[in-house]
Design a protein around this ligand. Structure first.
Ligand code: ATP
Ligand code: MG
Length: 357
């Protein structure tokens, strides 16, 4: 029997609703596999906790999380707490403390879904974005000067370390080596950002020399965003800085069916700290509490988690079960044109998992 400890943070808004389905996915995996046991602890660290305690998690929150194998997150954020607090005091400290320097976001059009790019087939939309997750444009360095004068200004520094850049590019290449596309596309903007981006490009070129069998392209972010729409079939592994990756992956989610479907992993490749898996979407206050959120992003995030733990067969089973339900078209949430609840959609996926194994 293999044991894995999981810290579940359902969070705010639709977070707890989609997390409830994710936890059922874990139960289903235990039931079907027989050799896996999850011990799950749930933490109520969210915006309500903040309103009560003046912080998003206890002072020793990171120490508590450190001993888990993985962290599973629903969504964080509520209208009562400014976003910069909920993100800066919970999600970013976790990503940084546990060296989750890779943000992995598959852009794959599932069977049974149609892309808004209607002329594109499923095989054309199957790539993965590797986003740098700890530095770059989201550096927290900078400041404001001369407030209330005509010379008022704000400065935000970009921080690209050689260490941080090399490790994300190395990871992207190692992923490209495992995939069949044999292609790596790096996002840049060295024509406009003239210090950090040429540095990034140089490191891409250096690392590319160790991977002569992988085709390397370096595209400016503006052109690359257009290629996501016009030539997605040419993409296999896309590697991007923190900000560029953030923008590209929301675009990526849009071309494969929307936010309710998009999973992500915050990966610590060395596995010396827990990695964290979460839907890309936020807490969606507009639809919270109505049982209409799509649970696929959360359930697919568990597939990424199983891949990370070394169970590719289970990871594939989860994705193909989601696809069966989508192809079947009998059960789906309103974002996909259906009338079913979050619970019913989750249940249909879990039934398929039983059927297919
Ligand atoms: P955040 O700032 O936390 O990213 P946000 O306001 O930018 O939040 P999201 O919460 O990610 O945005 O969601 C944007 C919109 O997409 C929501 O208002 C909701 O209508 C829709 N949406 C997001 N996630 C889902 C989901 N799982 N199922 C259905 N619709 C969703
Ligand atoms: Mg958002």
């Amino acid at each position: 029997m293999q044991h894995f400890s999981i810290a579940a943070i359902p969070g705010d808004g639709i977070g707890p609703e989609v997390m409830a389905e994710g936890l059922k996915t874990l139960k289903k995996i235990e039931e079907l596999h027989g050799g896996i046991h999850f011990s799950i602890d749930t933490f109520d660290w969210n915006c309500e906790y903040y309103v009560k305690h003046g912080k998003m998690m206890p002072d020793n929150g990171l120490e508590i999380l450190r001993d888990y194998d993985v962290i599973l997150l629903g969504a964080i954020g509520a209208p009562t707490v400014p976003d910069h607090i909920s993100v800066w005091e919970l999600i970013l400290p976790i990503r940084r403390a546990f060296q989750q320097y890779i943000n992995l976001r598959p852009i794959k059009l599932l069977r049974g879904l149609e892309s808004p790019l209607r002329y594109k087939a499923h095989k054309d939309l199957d790539f993965i974005v590797v986003r740098e997750n700890t530095e770059g444009e989201y550096s927290n360095m900078g400041g404001r000067l001369h407030e209330n004068t005509p010379f008022e200004l704000a400065v935000q520094n970009n921080v690209f370390t050689r260490y941080g850049t090399e490790r994300v590019i190395n990871y992207a290449y190692s992923l490209a080596e495992k995939r069949t596309g044999r292609r790596l596309t790096a996002a840049t903007k060295s024509n406009g950002i003239n210090h950090s981006m040429p540095f990034w490009d140089e490191i891409v070129k250096e690392v590319s020399k160790q991977h002569p069998n992988i085709q390397t392209d370096i595209y400016h972010i503006d052109a690359l965003a257009a290629y996501f729409i016009t030539r997605p079939e040419e993409l296999d592994v896309v590697v991007a800085s923190n900000l560029f990756g953030d923008i590209l992956t929301d675009l990526g989610a849009a071309i494969v069916g929307g936010l309710g479907l998009a999973p992500s992993g915050n990966i610590n490749p060395e596995k010396n700290y827990p990695s964290m898996f979460e839907p890309i979407h936020g807490s969606a206050p507009d639809i919270a509490g109505k049982q209409i959120a799509n649970p696929i992003a959360q359930i697919w995030s568990i597939s990424l988690m199983m891949e990370h733990l070394g169970f590719s067969d289970i990871a594939d089973l989860i994705v193909s079960s989601i696809e069966e339900v989508l192809i079947d078209r009998k059960v789906s949430t309103p974002d996909l044109g259906g009338k079913n609840s979050t619970r019913e959609f989750g249940e249909a996926i879990h039934q398929q998992m039983t059927k297919k194994s």
